[in-house]
Design a protein around this ligand. Structure first.
Ligand code: AGP
Length: 613
């Protein structure tokens, strides 16, 4: 959603803030801004568009050294992405500044109240209300004024505040929007909405929780409860990522790097969790005992976007091998329907960021109804991991590209591990099957690694006849139906081509009316249990002069009797096809988007982590 960076310490503020914003730009890139204290006055720069536009305004060489400030990259919620709406926002006297991520739901009534008291607003944002509200309560203690202002606020916020009257202090506050403190024993204190901004300076972090407020000085900090005012003792976490992991490493885009990191990401997610001799799975951080598992009579999988596609695949796996009924819900729908949940329900959230607002709200609701909560997540210490009863981390490192790739295949690996663990605990598979399925999961990373270079070459040639199409259809059956949905989402979110994913068998119930000689139809047709049905669907498309691209099994000569555009994949265990068949779909989307000159890592209108509802 938005990127927040703050710093107070011994280093020069401008390079720290700009470097931090550069590492958070994937969170939002409509506009950017910086504020710092210089000779006792607030200095503010803001620019519409990408961070580079802000950097062009600032010549650090001529700036007198300043060591305290805030920065922000915006994903617009209220008011268009203009310079006037860019953060930081200030009070009437330009003596304090705030940067904010979230939504102030009662901003309109607060704005009217403040205007009636004579406050002049210069933007259309909800955030500016915070600056004037703090001003209203400000006397000589910024923390007290921020606390009183937040007591009037309804909604979500991650907040940084700077005031010229306390030139050595930053105030941070959090409610339902992520905010992390970075601690360095000599360089000072850092503030960020996500970990990558802190990595060049420190790996020692403290995650603020909802309704907590922090006071940061260059060599000390204190965290308080917003509601009780009591001083809180917070756990310090050491992050096991390094700064290089959040860099492109020579690739043209983060997305391409992350596509090629998938074999290692899957290995990192699986390793240490399977006994290769027996296939037995070990998930200690799950906090689910055998008796807990025996009591589960229903599982809900709750997620958004790509993570929801992973949930759809997991439904097939869990029902097939563990024999537990599974319901899959888009999180924004889950939380508004009557949920038949009780103590025998297990609710699993799937989330790369661990901060997606709708998914977070979903598991909070499920927990209230008595469900145990597990989360499949990629970010250590993120909100979902701190609110769930158990976590399965996908150890794929920071995923910077807005379009999720390595996190998705790592989620699939984690969900398959979980399936095997459930099946073993419930004794629904024998030891032979356990070993067979575990070996399939262990093997798939090697296969993906071997196939990636060839697939990239073949797909770069293939797209030359498709990259300028206006519409695209992806179809798949069974385990590959969710992969058809994922392929369509990847293509639409980075190339802006209208793309839809469909169950192959569903085409004849309406979508087949779309088939013509123009629109490419990419069909996933591995020689699996539903192969014959999939081929029948493909023949129905061919019979209507459909423009087919087939992704199928190596050596399946029938495919080339249907179309010339065939991508062959090695035969792997059928249960692993969802991981393998995702790879060409990701490469196709990337190749088409780059061929169309799209901004692959920062697609228009999107942000990496949707922390607003
Ligand atoms: C996927 O490419 C998108 N960026 C988006 O759909 C994403 O999967 C969704 O917003 C969920 O994010 P999460 O996994 O961090 O919860």
């Amino acid at each position: 959603m938005c990127g927040i960076v703050g710093y107070v310490g011994t280093k020069r503020i401008v390079p720290v803030v700009l470097e931090g914003l550069r590492r958070l730009e994937y969170r939002g890139y409509d506009s950017a801004g910086i504020v710092y204290l210089q000779d006792g006055e607030l200095v503010k720069h803001r620019a519409q568009g990408k961070l580079a536009n802000l950097e062009a305004l600032i010549d650090d060489a001529i700036i007198a050294p300043s060591h305290i400030g805030l920065g922000h990259t915006r994903w617009a919620t209220h008011g268009p992405p203009t310079t006037e709406n860019a953060h930081p926002h200030s009070d009437c006297k330009n003596e304090l500044a705030v940067v904010h991520n979230g939504i102030i739901e009662n901003y309109h009534s607060l704005r009217l109240e403040l205007q009636a008291k004579g406050h002049c607003f210069t933007s259309e944002t909800d955030t500016e209300v915070l600056a004037h509200l703090i001003e209203e309560y400000l006397e000589d203690d910024l923390k007290a004024a921020v606390s009183q202002a937040l007591a009037r606020v309804e909604g979500s916020y991650a907040l940084g505040v700077l005031w010229k009257g306390m030139p050595d202090t930053l105030i941070a506050a959090r409610n339902q929007s992520p905010l992390v403190l970075g601690i360095h024993e000599t360089d000072g204190l850092f503030l960020a909405s996500d970990i990558p901004a802190l990595l060049p300076y420190t790996k020692e972090v403290i995650f603020l929780d909802d309704r907590e407020l922090a006071v940061l000085n260059k060599d000390s900090f204190q965290v308080y409860s917003q509601d009780s005012g009591e001083v809180l003792v917070k756990e310090q976490t050491t992050i096991d990522w390094n700064a290089a992991m959040a860099e492109k490493g020579g690739y043209r885009h983060f997305m391409l790097k992350e596509i090629f990191e998938q074999p290692q990401a899957i290995v990192n997610t699986v390793s240490g969790r399977i006994n290769p001799e027996t296939g037995v799975v070990n998930l200690p951080e799950l906090n689910l005992t055998a008796s807990d598992i025996a009591r589960i009579d229903k599982i809900f999988l709750v997620a958004c976007g790509t993570s929801w596609h992973a949930a759809l695949v997991a439904k097939y796996w869990i029902e097939r091998w563990a024999g537990i009924p599974v319901e899959v819900d888009i999180a924004s729908e889950f939380r508004y329907r009557r949920l038949l949940i009780n103590e025998r329900t297990l609710t699993i959230s799937i989330s790369q960021s661990g901060e997606t607002a709708d998914t977070l709200a979903g598991i909070r609701l499920a927990k209230e109804l008595g469900s145990r909560i597990v989360t499949i997540c990629n970010v250590v210490g993120s909100t979902m991991t701190r609110e769930a009863h158990g976590t399965i981390y996908t150890h794929c490192g920071p995923e910077i590209g807005v379009a999720s790739t390595k996190a998705f295949t790592s989620q699939l690996a984690a969900l398959f591990l979980f399936t095997l663990y459930l099946a073993e605990q419930r004794e629904t598979i024998d030891s032979e099957k356990q070993l067979e399925l575990s070996q399939a999961l262990i093997d798939i990373a090697r296969v993906v690694d071997e196939e990636l270079p060839r697939l990239q070459k073949e797909i770069n040639v293939l797209i030359e006849t498709f990259y300028d199409c206006l519409d695209f259809l992806f179809v798949g059956r069974g385990l590959n139906f969710p992969i058809a949905l994922e392929g369509a989402l990847k293509l639409k979110e980075i190339s802006y081509i209208h793309a839809e994913g469909y169950a192959s068998g569903e085409l004849k119930h309406g979508p087949i009316a779309l088939i013509d000689k123009e629109m490419p139809v990419l069909a996933l047709t591995p020689q699996d249990a539903v192969y014959q049905k999939s081929i029948s669907n493909v023949e129905e498309i061919k019979a209507r002069q459909g423009r087919l691209i087939l992704i199928g099994s190596e050596g399946d000569s029938h495919l080339r009797t249907i179309t010339d555009d065939v991508i062959e994949l090695p035969r792997v265990h059928e249960e692993m096809n969802p991981i393998l068949y995702t790879i060409p779909a990701q490469l196709l989307a990337y190749a088409i988007a780059t061929r169309r000159g799209c901004d692959v890592d920062q697609p228009r209108n999107l942000a990496k982590s949707v922390t607003v509802e």
